[in-house]
Design a protein. Structure first.
Length: 346
């Protein structure tokens, strides 16, 4: 199946989670000239103009605090001011949220974001990359990285949410986030804590598993692989894993799910088995997608700063265009306690 590709036009104002950026469009409006005029006047590669219009443009730019963005000036000589974004699927709220943040951050720089979906399949991803490169995107942001698999591309690229351990990446501190989730359950008196995990090829799932183990170890509780189930990020996977963990005599009193979708699946499994949340089972999710605060039992979860990660990915894309050494930017998550967690029953 070919990748689905959609485009979203840039906007002149960023989202509230990002620092406001003065764009060429802002300068053009304030100076009363066209965007192309501002671009020509402020392009240091062109001859310096001393016309009254040029002087007015430079004065307005200085007053507004405009700073030339190397990303918006084109990552390639034949640049189109377009960034390609590759995600597994847009039906995943997390990926949709990140894409919107990237589109807003790019839009604040006068750029466009185009998205392609891959169903998390490497062959489809390769086709998506080819499709976007043919559209002459200036760079790629990928959320589909697999651990240990280099992401070699024909244009500058950066990874987001996941890392392959090699290329430039903007991610959340998944290990810390999982540690916060499990520490919260431990503080409530839970000692038998299950984990609903994700796919082993995703760094986010692996790091959250590591954080889960780390928190248990620091509490003096040994890791029990019988309390771990699940290998995908879907609601269906969470429900199947939840039934596996809960439909037994020695079920856990609490479950940490590596994303909100799987946590919702665990809630469905608990309901089907006649268990009450949080009286019989405490549940913590991950990401803080909008729906979870409005569930009949609002979900305790770990909030990921998607705006910060999106801005970081664009920054890394700029660095990649300059040939700088790849690095990893790590954003700090926050635990959001709600009603799905409560004291362990004695």
């Amino acid at each position: 199946m070919p990748p689905a590709v959609n485009s979203e036009s840039g906007k002149s104002s960023p989202t509230s989670s990002l620092t406001p950026v003065v764009t060429i469009l802002d300068v053009a409006r304030a100076a009363g000239v066209s965007k192309s005029t501002v671009s020509r006047v402020l392009d240091e590669r062109l001859p310096h103009s001393t016309s009254p219009t040029a002087e007015r443009v430079r004065r307005v730019a200085a007053e507004l605090g405009y700073v030339r963005d190397p990303l918006a000036s084109g990552l390639r000589r034949s640049g189109t001011n377009t960034v390609g974004v590759i995600v597994p699927r847009l039906t995943d709220t997390v990926m949709a949220m990140l894409y919107e943040e990237i589109a807003a951050a790019a839009g604040s720089r006068g750029m466009f974001a185009i998205v392609a979906t891959t169903e998390d399949k490497p062959d489809t991803e390769r086709l998506a990359v080819q499709t976007l490169v043919r559209r002459r995107v200036d760079g790629l942001i990928l959320t589909t990285a697999r651990l240990g698999t280099p992401t070699a591309r024909d244009v500058p690229h950066a990874l987001a949410l996941r890392t392959d351990g090699i290329g430039p990446a903007a991610v959340g501190d998944d290990r810390l986030g999982a540690h916060l989730a499990v520490r919260h359950l431990l503080d409530l008196g839970h000692r038998r804590i299950g984990l609903v995990g994700g796919p082993g090829y995703a760094s986010s799932a692996r790091e959250r598993l590591a954080g889960y183990r780390e928190a248990l170890d620091q509490a003096g509780i040994g890791f029990d692989d019988r309390l771990v189930a699940g290998d995908a990020f879907s609601i269906e996977s969470g429900e199947i894993a939840g039934r596996d963990l809960l439909d037994r005599a020695d079920r856990p009193t609490a479950i940490f799910a590596v994303n909100d979708n799987t946590a919702i699946g665990v809630m469905a499994a608990a309901h089907a088995l006649g268990l009450r949340v949080p009286e019989d089972l405490s549940i913590v999710g991950y990401n803080d997608i909008p729906i979870v605060s409005r569930l009949p039992v609002p979900l305790t979860t770990v909030r990921v700063p998607f705006g910060q990660i999106a801005a970081g990915a664009l920054e890394l894309l700029t660095e990649a265009s300059r040939g700088e050494q790849p690095r990893t930017l790590v954003a700090t998550p926050t635990l959001i306690p709600r009603r799905s967690t409560g004291p362990a029953r004695t």
